[in-house]
Design a protein around this ligand. Structure first.
Ligand code: F6R
Ligand code: MG
Ligand code: MG
Length: 367
C-alpha cells in the first residue's frame, strides 16, 4: 500500500509590520531557518514559509498524520521564537495570536489557525493553498460551495464522470461545538440553510463520496477561544485539484466574484475579499480590504514543487477592480450597517466595553 503523506498549514499573527499591514522579513527568515533544520533532521519532508498580510504561514509536509504533537509543537516553537524577534523589533502586536501560555499537546484551541490533511499522493498531486487576512473563518463557505457543489462554477460536476456523484460536506457549528455531514447535490438546500450563516457554521472539510479528502479549512475563531476580541481569525484552506477533484481553474473561479466577508478595520466591518498575489497581500486602506492569496504546488513524494502564485494573473484584474468599487461604496456608510457588523457580531469586538460605560444612562421610555 502507498504510504500516506500529511500536509499541515499552521498560521499565526505574531507581530505586524507596519501596524497590522504586513510581515517583517526577519520573521519569515527565522521560521525558514528552523524548518530547514527540521527538514535535515527528518521531522518534516518539506516546507514553504510565506505571509498573508500580518500572518505568518507555515506550510509543511510530513509523515506524522493530522494532530501530530511533534508538528504542532514545532509550529508553536516557531511562533514563540518569531514573537521574540517581533518584540526585539518592537513590531506591532507581538505574540498577538498565542493565546495559551504554553504548548499542551495540540495547537488547536491555543490561538493559531490549523488546516491539515492526510492522503495517498496520486501519480500527480496538484494542490492549492488559500490564505486570507483581515477576515474570519467563515470566509471559505461561499467559495467552497461554489467550487465543489455549484455546476455554474464547476462544469466538471456535470461533464466529468469522476465528479458526477458530488461531494460530502462536513459543517461545524463553532458556537455549539457540533458537526454535521451533508451530501451534495442531494442536500444542497439543507446545507445552504447553515453555511449561509458564516459567523457560526463553517465548512471544515469536503470529501468525495468515496471518502477521499478534497478540501480542509481552519475553523478556529479567535474571539471564541480568547473570550474577547484579540484580532481576526485570518483563515487558511487547502484544496486538492484535478482528476476526481475540481480543475485548478474551477478552484480559483469563485474568487472572481469578490464576495463580502466580515473583518476589515478592527474586525468589525463587512468588505469584499480581494484576490491578490503574495506581494500585494498588504492590507493598508482602512486596514484592508480583506485579502486572499493562493499558492499552487505539485507534490512529488511529499516535496512541495512550487509555489506558483495563482492570483498573479491579469484574469483577476477585474475582480480586484470590482473589490475597490465595492469597498468605496461600503466605506461611504461609515459607522452604519451594513458596513459595520450587526450588533450580534459586534459582541465579539471591543464595542461592548464602550457600551458598558453608558449602561447607567439608559432610561425607560415614558408612556
Ligand atoms: C483587523 C485588524 C486591524 C486592527 C486595528 C486596530 O483584523 O487587525 O484593523 O483591529 O488596526 O488595532 P489595535 O487595536 O491593535 O490598535
Ligand atoms: Mg495583526
Ligand atoms: Mg492578520
Amino acid at each position: 500500500m502507498e504510504r500516506k503523506i500529511s500536509l499541515s498549514v499552521i498560521k499565526a499573527d505574531v507581530g505586524g509590520f507596519v501596524g497590522h499591514s504586513a510581515m517583517h522579513d526577519d520573521l519569515i527568515e527565522t521560521a525558514k531557518k528552523r524548518l530547514s533544520d527540521e527538514k535535515k533532521k527528518g521531522t518534516i519532508v518539506d516546507f514553504h514559509v510565506t505571509a498573508c498580510g500580518d500572518d505568518l504561514e507555515l506550510i509543511m509536509t510530513h509523515n506524522q498524520g493530522e494532530n501530530s504533537e511533534e508538528i504542532h509543537r514545532l509550529a508553536w516553537d516557531i511562533f514563540e521564537k518569531c514573537t521574540e524577534v517581533a518584540k526585539h523589533l518592537k513590531l506591532y502586536g507581538a505574540g498577538q495570536d498565542l493565546i495559551a501560555d504554553a504548548f499542551s499537546g495540540n495547537i488547536k484551541g491555543m490561538g493559531p489557525g490549523v488546516a491539515e490533511m492526510e492522503f495517498e499522493e496520486r501519480i500527480s498531486e496538484p494542490i492549492i493553498i488559500f490564505m486570507a487576512d483581515k477576515t474570519s473563518a467563515g470566509a471559505w463557505n461561499l467559495p467552497l460551495y461554489k467550487m465543489l457543489a455549484d455546476p455554474f462554477n464547476t462544469p466538471g460536476l456535470i461533464i466529468t464522470t469522476s465528479m458526477h456523484a458530488g461531494f460530502r460536506f462536513e459543517v461545524h457549528d463553532v458556537k455549539e461545538r457540533k458537526r454535521i455531514i451533508f451530501d451534495t447535490p442531494e442536500e444542497i438546500y439543507d446545507l445552504l440553510v447553515f453555511i449561509g450563516a458564516t459567523g457560526r457554521y463553517m465548512i471544515k472539510a469536503v470529501y468525495t463520496k468515496d471518502g477521499d479528502i478534497a478540501a480542509v479549512t481552519s475553523t478556529e475563531r479567535l474571539a471564541l477561544i480568547a473570550g474577547k476580541y484579540v484580532g481576526k481569525d485570518d483563515p487558511v484552506c487547502i484544496v486538492r485539484g484535478q482528476g476526481s477533484f475540481p480543475a485548478i481553474g474551477e478552484i480559483l473561479e469563485p474568487f472572481t466574484m469578490p464576495h463580502i466577508v466580515e473583518g476589515w478595520m478592527r474586525g468589525s466591518h463587512y468588505g469584499p475579499l480581494m484576490p491578490v498575489p503574495v506581494n500585494r497581500s498588504t492590507p493598508s486602506r482602512f486596514d484592508g480590504p480583506p485579502r486572499v492569496i493562493s499558492l499552487g504546488f505539485q507534490l512529488a513524494d511529499g516535496k512541495l514543487v512550487g509555489p506558483r502564485d495563482m492570483f498573479d494573473d491579469p484574469g483577476f484584474d477585474e475582480s480586484r477592480k470590482m473589490c475597490n468599487i465595492l469597498a468605496d461604496q461600503l466605506r461611504r456608510h461609515g459607522p452604519f450597517e451594513p458596513h459595520r457588523l450587526p450588533m450580534e457580531e459586534m459582541e465579539y469586538t471591543t464595542l461592548p466595553y464602550v457600551m458598558d460605560k453608558l449602561q447607567g444612562r439608559w432610561q425607560e421610555i415614558p408612556n
